[in-house]
Design a protein around this ligand. Structure first.
Ligand code: ZN
Length: 186
């Protein structure tokens, strides 16, 4: 299953792919359907300051470098671990195409219900990239913990997921293109 959208240079959603509405209704509900999101700002559709900053940084890097980027992440349903990859591709005029590719699904006997806590409410942090929840100072995967949960959470990023794109980017920069060392020493 693939969902994709195109952003203009100011991160407004210009278009979504034809299968979008079915996916939206299955996962997010009516408010995520095409007629509600097209023309709107991507950042208004993302919950959590840290998550917005993370997405802003990746979009900026894709535009500045002109290189595509792939970001692995989890987007679980209450009973299934789901691994996705988000691919961001630069387009002309500062646009970016963002597509989400389902890589694997792992059904569980557990039921992990997650809802967004009201602003200002005390609630555990949950990483929007790896779906782990911070409990007593430790990031845990609820699907690995062996018990059903009904969680009200604050959306953020764990330290590992904050660092991952920077590390991937640095590794890519370290791959020196063939011929470059000769050119540098010449
Ligand atoms: Zn994480």
């Amino acid at each position: 299953m693939l969902t994709a959208y195109t952003l203009d240079r100011r991160d407004r959603i210009l278009a979504v792919n034809p299968g979008w509405d079915q996916f939206a209704l299955d996962n997010e509900g009516r408010s995520a359907c095409a007629d509600q999101v097209v023309g709107g700002r991507l950042m208004d559709a993302i919950t959590g300051d840290a998550v917005r900053m993370f997405m802003t940084a990746i979009l900026m890097r894709v535009r500045v470098t002109g290189q595509s980027e792939a970001v692995p992440y989890r987007c679980d349903s209450p009973t299934t671990k789901r691994r996705y990859v988000m691919v961001l591709e630069p387009l002309a005029d500062g646009g970016v195409r963002v597509s989400h590719h389902l890589e694997s699904e792992e059904p569980s006997n557990l039921r992990i219900r997650v809802r967004t806590a009201d602003y200002g409410q005390r609630a555990p942090l949950r990483c929007s990239i790896c779906c782990r929840v911070k409990e007593e100072g430790i990031w845990i995967d609820p699907f690995e913990d062996g018990k059903d949960r009904d969680l009200w959470v604050i959306h953020t990023l764990c330290d590992d997921c904050k660092q991952a794109p920077v590390q991937r980017y640095r590794q890519r920069q370290l791959r020196v293109p063939p011929g470059a060392t000769e050119a540098m020493s010449a």
